[in-house]
Design a protein around this ligand. Structure first.
Ligand code: SF4
Length: 290
């Protein structure tokens, strides 16, 4: 089993077997993201990935229940190869209940509905989409390479094809100037996608990232924990996405929230208000980067 460079996974995949089907991110340009800057993007050879699955079968036996395909946008892998890999996972681990992957909106849009339905039938249960914001100006500013319309289209397409979606947003991404716009447009994006899961991370930059340098030059301001709470409050007040499970359980967050839209929104707002009143925030030194 060979991992290349640092490997990232969503918090909810902590107990999953992580398999690198790609190395790095095919986009690798977002100004806040340091995750794959040291890696040159490539799709790994199918034989190498299968050899990793064989090693894992030897190490863990047939009992692996959850598998997560990394790195940054594993869904870019051509569908025939993904189908072979999904089949190989099931042959090695017949009890596998859940196979998930990172993907970009463009990866989803590029695939036909027939391809996505075939992936769903082969066991791809969920795709993690990093939306970051629902605001097109912010998406352009961070060089996301996608619009809110692309992200909504991808989420709706996955839903039609029977693949669940987990959407990630980043609090503080528009700085102080765009706090309100970021919160409201991100809520609208979630409402339009109605994903199974939505989460918010909080901006936490490495010093050498392009966005950290913008902040150092005074061109953008980081939000204080109170302002992050204001942004979250405004986001929650604009949400109408029945059934979406919502979390802020990443180590970058100041406050951990969890509940289901829409019924838990009053309780979530009460928790935000309480955190603000008591100023009970995760300490800066305990926060982790995105
Ligand atoms: S945020 Fe996602 S799409 Fe952007 S560079 Fe990082 S991994 Fe790639």
């Amino acid at each position: 089993m060979r991992y290349e460079g640092d490997v990232y996974r969503p918090p909810s995949e902590a107990r999953s077997l992580i398999i690198q089907v790609t190395i790095g991110c095919s986009h690798n340009k977002c100004t806040f993201c340091h995750m794959y800057t040291a890696k040159q993007f490539r799709i790994r050879k199918k034989e190498e990935i299968m050899a990793d699955l064989d090693d894992c079968r030897e190490m863990y036996g047939p009992y692996v229940r959850r598998v997560f395909f990394a790195d940054g946008d594993a869904l870019i892998v051509p569908t025939p190869m993904l189908l072979e890999l999904l089949d190989y996972v099931h042959r090695n681990f017949p009890g596998a209940e859940r196979i998930t992957s990172y993907g970009t909106a463009h990866d989803v849009i590029r695939k036909s509905e027939e391809e996505l339905k075939a992936l769903a039938a082969a066991g791809l249960q969920m795709v993690y989409l990093g939306a970051e914001s629902g605001d097109n100006e912010i998406l352009k500013h961070i060089r996301k390479g996608e619009t809110a319309e692309d992200i909504i289209e991808a989420g709706q397409k996955l839903k039609r094809c029977g693949i669940m979606t987990s959407v990630t947003l980043i609090s503080g991404l528009g700085g102080r100037v765009a706090l309100e716009r970021h919160a409201v447009s991100s809520a609208k994006l979630i409402n339009a996608m109605n994903p199974e899961y939505a989460s918010i991370l909080t901006l936490h930059l490495t010093d050498d990232s392009p966005m950290a340098q913008e902040i150092a030059r005074g061109e953008m301001e980081l939000l204080t924990p109170d302002e992050i709470m204001d942004e979250t409050e405004l986001f929650l007040k604009n949400i109408d996405s029945p059934g979406t499970v919502f979390r802020t359980n990443h180590a970058s967050n100041y406050v951990a929230l969890g509940g289901t839209f829409n019924e838990d929104i009053p309780a979530l707002l009460a928790k935000v208000a309480e955190a603000k009143r008591q100023r009970r925030y995760r300490l800066e030194e305990w926060r982790r980067r995105l």
